[in-house]
Design a protein around this ligand. Structure first.
Ligand code: PLP
Ligand code: LYS
Length: 435
């Protein structure tokens, strides 16, 4: 049975199941708050993208955007599914190396890569550096001066497309901290500078217009703009890209308001648009690279909490406080993101009232869900919040010195702890005494 359009079942005891396991048993075994992933859903999401390209006979790389959720176990699953990997920092690169990820399939991103980050990437022969700005070019040139390495780069461009999403997760517009503008000539200047360097191979262009996007026409519009540039560069510099990377951003279902497309639909429309343009300017079909994060990890994860204090304000609202909140999921506070949830131990009980789910932090904005329809709630009940697999754990923080939760993977009815719960020692690990 699918519950509320989220891919989880309810068992005979009326408990929420994830990956064939009773979620209340997981909560008892590992404690709450707890992130739980159904690994089979992660794998299905990976395969949806990979198979869609394969069926079209298109050369492609599907790079998991590891910022959505990075841990050694997660990246090992991604490696098993034969995807590539997008990393944005030394920490993400370090995690990828720790997971044994093939370095030639790693792409390094970032709008302010440091000398050390770039050096680490070059020393480890990553497959590609997505160059973002002129300062970065100068750092790469400096590193290559003393080395014989040759590197592949993509040029990250901002095509000037506004995506229909929250301002904080919009990245392809002209007024953005990311990438070289196509409009004002900076992308062309970067292209010329990079192309002159004998150790740098410009493989193509990269752009990412934003996140949680439901319309394929945004990608089509972006591809139109990219090809205006490619066509000019072909005429002026005989440029034919080997690769076009159109980023990630494919939307998922958080609440009933979201109507996600099948992942294949994005692949089909991106491929069609690129093919038509490549044919029209008579260049070989480039490899298509995409970078999904949320659409791989998001719907595979849930967070389990225990309900504590219940505060009823007659005629106004009932606040149900849980043992986590904005420290393990900052998205509602940061982007007014909305979620759905159920009581995991009463998953099939009839809903009778609305309850608003409050986090534990000393912050009025620490609210996870407003007015969630729920059955009769008692302290000690267990709340499951759906679709928290992306940008939940990875954006966790230590506000009020809360330790980060544990992460458990479940597959074929077997559960495995993949990230340990932090302890108070972990939280104060770097504190030094001043006495
Ligand atoms: C460059 C880049 N690629 C890929 C992604 C992944 O996006 P999403 O998780 O929405 O697929 C992001 C995040 O928005 C990004 O900035
Ligand atoms: N962290 C954001 C997505 C943007 C990430 C990368 N550009 C979110 O939770 O929705």
């Amino acid at each position: 049975m699918i519950i509320n359009n989220h891919p989880f079942a309810v068992n005979a005891k009326g408990h929420l199941e994830i990956g064939g396991m009773d979620s209340t048993i997981l909560a008892e075994k590992y404690g709450t708050p707890l992130y739980v992933y159904d690994v089979s859903i992660i794998r299905e999401n990976c395969q949806s993208f990979v198979n869609a390209f394969e069926e079209l006979g298109i050369q492609a790389q599907v790079a998991y955007a590891s910022k959505a959720f990075s841990s050694v176990a997660m990246l090992q699953v991604i490696k098993q599914e034969k995807l590539s990997l997008d990393v944005v920092s030394e920490g993400e690169l370090y995690t990828a190396l720790k997971a044994g990820f093939p370095t030639e399939k790693i792409h390094l991103h970032g709008n302010n890569k440091s000398y050390d980050e770039l050096l680490m990437a070059i020393e480890n022969s990553v497959g590609c550096i997505v160059v973002d700005n002129f300062y970065e070019i100068s750092l790469i040139e400096k590193i290559l001066q003393n080395r014989n390495d040759e590197i592949n780069v993509l040029i990250r461009v901002t095509p000037g497309v506004k995506s229909n999403t929250h301002q904080y997760i919009m990245t392809g517009n002209e007024d953005s901290k990311f990438g070289f503008s196509l409009q004002n000539g900076q992308a062309e200047q970067a292209f010329l500078q990079l192309s002159e360097h004998r150790q740098i191979h410009v493989k193509g262009l990269h752009c990412h217009i934003g996140s949680q996007i439901f319309e394929t026409d945004r990608y089509e519009k972006t591809i139109n703009l990219l090809f205006e540039t490619i066509s000019n560069w072909k005429t002026n510099y005989l440029f034919e890209p080997d690769v076009l990377n159109v980023g990630g951003g494919f939307g998922i279902r958080y609440t009933e308001k979201d109507e996600p497309l099948d992942l294949q639909e994005y692949v089909h429309s991106i491929t069609k648009a690129i093919k038509e343009h490549a044919d029209s300017i008579d260049i070989p079909m480039p490899e298509i690279w995409i970078e999904p994060g949320r659409s791989i990890a998001g719907n595979a994860g849930i967070t389990l909490y225990t309900v504590g204090s219940i505060k009823q304000i007659p005629g106004i609202r009932t606040y149900l406080s849980i043992d986590g909140g904005m420290t393990d999921n900052i998205r509602p506070a940061l982007y007014q993101a909305e979620y759905e949830g159920v009581l995991a131990n009463k998953a099939d009980a009839e809903t009778v009232n609305n309850g608003s789910i409050a986090g534990k932090c000393c912050e009025s904005g620490d609210m996870l869900i407003w007015d969630l329809p729920l059955p009769e709630v008692e302290s000690g009940d267990m709340l499951a919040v759906f679709a928290t697999g992306a940008y939940g754990y990875s954006m966790a923080n230590h506000y009020n010195r809360f330790p980060n939760p544990a992460v458990v993977f479940v597959e074929n009815g077997i559960d495995r702890l993949v990230v340990k719960r932090e302890t108070y020692q972990d939280v104060s690990r770097n504190d030094l005494s001043y006495e």
